[in-house]
Design a binder for this molecule. Structure first.
Ligand SMILES: Cc1ncc(COP(=O)(O)O)c(C=O)c1O
Length: 386
């Protein structure tokens, strides 16, 4: 049987991982500045995470949501503590798209309305409503097309106000990433998030903070939306939540009431996934990884700004991007194949850095040295061929 060929692959096979490093089948070591697509929060194969999963596996891996699962309550308590949203309610699922799908559906149930506001360059996942709210026509199948999504320009206060003034009573929710990831590391203005809060309050709509990529401490606060000093009604989470074990979830404000059967899942919240997620939060708390992300991210950002050739260096915590000029268009490839460093990208010309929150200062310096070397090599090569 062949695999369904949807991913353009780098010709590399990773067989081992630890902390911020991974190794290929030939034993070559790579520095992971991509965190396996923003997923690795506490570091690859963290020993506490491995032990927690192994211990749980010896007891029970899965039983359905038709019985009490105390480890879900344990996870909810810890998540409340670490996120500071103790009075919120937790619904568990398996991925980021599913988290947003449930968030949007819940907002519609809660308000009895159909319209959703989303923004230019947004990415919310590939399930039907999440993909409809994603600003990329090429991944929206005809069956996902709907008139219920209104796209507005990101960070445009006037457009948002005008839209609410026109059809505010029909708006079920506004969904926004605190820092757009796939869209190229674009930070939502604090004033824009405050305005969303205010308009949602004024018109009875639900503010959904997509925190799948920018959440879980990556930005230097638990949710990047927290920088605005206002609470969202629903936070969606996945990626860093399990450090590679598939788990997602939504945090739901206390005024949104549950009803039996409203949401549901077979696998979501299983014992094994909860053990992985608890291990992540325990390490984040014990090693103060949110502060580490903030400080190390600021250091990395400041140093990147001094490197000639990189444009528009931006980000928060360990979610950083910069534009690569045409002359350096091969930089990402060079970093990977000549210097053994994984980075992320965003089309057309952005390099995204999303390392583990536990990356050390030494590893950050290692990256900066290699980056400068790679740029110098490309520049020297261009001069030779001029
Ligand atoms: C902001 C955001 N939301 C949702 C998703 C979808 O998550 P998943 O791939 O786990 O379905 C992603 C994935 O990249 C994302 O970056």
């Amino acid at each position: 049987m062949k695999l369904f060929d949807v991913y353009p692959l780098n010709n590399i096979t990773i067989t081992k991982a630890q902390g911020s490093y991974v190794w290929d089948e030939n034993g070559v070591q790579y520095l992971d500045m991509y965190g396996g697509h923003a997923v690795i929060s506490i570091g690859h194969t963290h020993p506490h995470w491995v032990r927690r999963i192994e211990d749980q596996l010896e007891k029970i891996a899965f039983y359905s949501n038709s019985i009490h699962i105390p480890i879900q309550l344990e996870l909810a308590k810890k998540l409340g503590e670490v996120s500071g949203k103790q009075d919120y309610q937790l619904f568990l699922c398996n991925s980021g798209a599913e988290a947003n799908e449930n968030a949007l559906k819940l907002a519609s149930f809660h308000t009895g309305r159909k319209k959703i506001i989303a923004f230019s360059k947004s990415f919310h996942g590939r399930t039907s409503l999440a993909v409809a709210a994603t600003d990329n026509k090429s991944i929206v199948a005809p069956v996902n097309e709907t008139d219920n999504i209104i796209f507005l320009p990101f960070n445009d206060q006037q457009a948002l106000q005008d839209c609410f003034a026109k059809e505010g009573k029909e708006i079920a929710a506004v969904i926004i990433e605190g820092i757009q990831g796939v869209g190229g590391i674009n930070i939502a203005d604090e004033s824009f998030l405050k305005l969303i809060r205010q308009l949602c309050d004024d018109y009875g709509a639900v503010y959904i903070a997509d925190s799948v990529q920018c959440g879980y401490g990556r930005s230097g606060m638990f949710f990047s939306h927290d920088y605005a000093g206002v609470n969202a009604d629903i936070y969606s989470m996945a990626k860093g939540m399990g450090n590679g074990f598939p788990i997602g979830g939504i945090l739901i404000a206390p005024h949104i009431q549950p009803k039996y059967g409203m949401l549901g899942t077979t696998f979501g919240g299983n014992q094994l996934a909860c053990a992985a997620a608890l291990a992540v939060l325990e390490v984040i708390q014990q090693d103060q990884l949110i502060d580490v992300a903030k400080q190390r991210g600021q250091y990395l950002l400041n140093r990147l700004k001094t490197i000639e050739g990189l444009q528009n260096v931006r980000g928060r915590g360990l979610m950083i991007g910069f534009d690569v000029p045409e002359a350096l268009k091969d930089l990402k490839k060079k970093l990977l194949f000549d210097h053994n460093v994984f980075t992320g990208e965003a089309k057309p010309n952005v390099i995204r850095l999303l390392p583990s929150l536990a990356i050390t200062r030494k590893q950050v310096d290692e990256f900066l040295d290699v980056l400068k070397e790679a740029i110098a090599e490309i520049t020297a090569h261009a001069t030779e061929n001029a």
